[in-house]
Design a protein around this ligand. Sequence first.
Ligand SMILES: Cc1cc2nc3c(=O)[nH]c(=O)nc-3n(C[C@H](O)[C@H](O)[C@H](O)COP(=O)(O)O)c2cc1C
Length: 342
Amino acid sequence: MSSSVPLLGSRLRLAAAPMAGGPTTVALAAAVASAGGFPFLAGGYQTPEALSAEIEELRRTGLPFGVNLFVPALSVVDAAAFRAYAAELQADADRYGLRLDSVAAEDDDRWEDKLALLRRHPVPVVSFTFGLPATEVIASLHEAGSQVLATVTTPSEAGMARDAGVDGLIVQGPSAGGHSATYDPARDITAIETDELVRQVRRVTELPVIAAGGVDGPDAVHRLRVAGAAAVAVGTLLLRTDEAGTSPAHRAALTDPAFTETVITRVFTGRPARALRNTFIDRHEPTAPVAYPALHHLTRPIRQAAAAAGDANRLHLWAGTGYRSAPAGPAADVIGSLAEGL
Ligand SMILES: Cc1cc2nc3c(=O)[nH]c(=O)nc-3n(C[C@H](O)[C@H](O)[C@H](O)COP(=O)(O)O)c2cc1C
């Protein structure tokens, strides 16, 4: 992949960021690709079987696409802090008659099975978040014929990814919605504009950069391109589109005037993520331990019950800083309007 060619063969240098947990659907990916953008399927949280079915369905359209995976980390969970947090959350669980498990769950998101799937049935691009895969993993995907992108959040992560042999970088600024891709979930995510982060990363490496985080319209796309991004990825602006699988409670919260800002929080999953600020965050931020994916599993029953009940104050309402500009309607319209900034 070179920065002098359109992003991975797509007509526009715009990507639909992967959004695991519901928002990314085959229909959304197909709509973005048909509009000239480059979509990513979200492999995180899914079973390999479900991911495989999505890949096959999208492949039948003949449109270009990539697949995103979560890199598992060896997480050392402080058992006492985890138990104390579980006890604290029990009051939220009680509202739905749920009993929380105070033993921390481990889970690698079926990493090896998903890699095996992508080696057996290669896709044009594989992107990673939450960490850097081993160089052998990257090499094996290259051998299968895929290009490999690493998501990075600092110049130092960019240097590591370059040394590991990736073809390009997704540079994610802290204004991005959803989880930070940081390799160190315990670090403070310091504020920096995505265009400035892109400039810093480009001082470290000449790898092509796809910039992500905080895009709220064509001007933001333009700023990122001026900063040197070969392409721009967008997540939040697609959350309310017709083709997205975003839950009704999440969609409604994005336009609810009761939610007035986004914050970075670990309360839901134990890994920093940007979300609409709600009372769950306010109550639990001071005590939430750094323990992904154990906290993801701990809070999931509460979040599922809250989503079903339309209780947006106990839900992880992932959103980037541009959430006020997220429109309803066809995803193609979002891509069309952002293309004006290219
Ligand atoms: C609901 C939601 C889910 C996300 N899931 C993933 C994911 O599965 N993998 C990933 O690499 N990034 C994920 N992200 C981050 C996006 O890929 C991207 O970095 C971000 O949306 C860009 O910032 P923006 O939301 O301000 O456009 C998610 C973001 C949101 C809003």
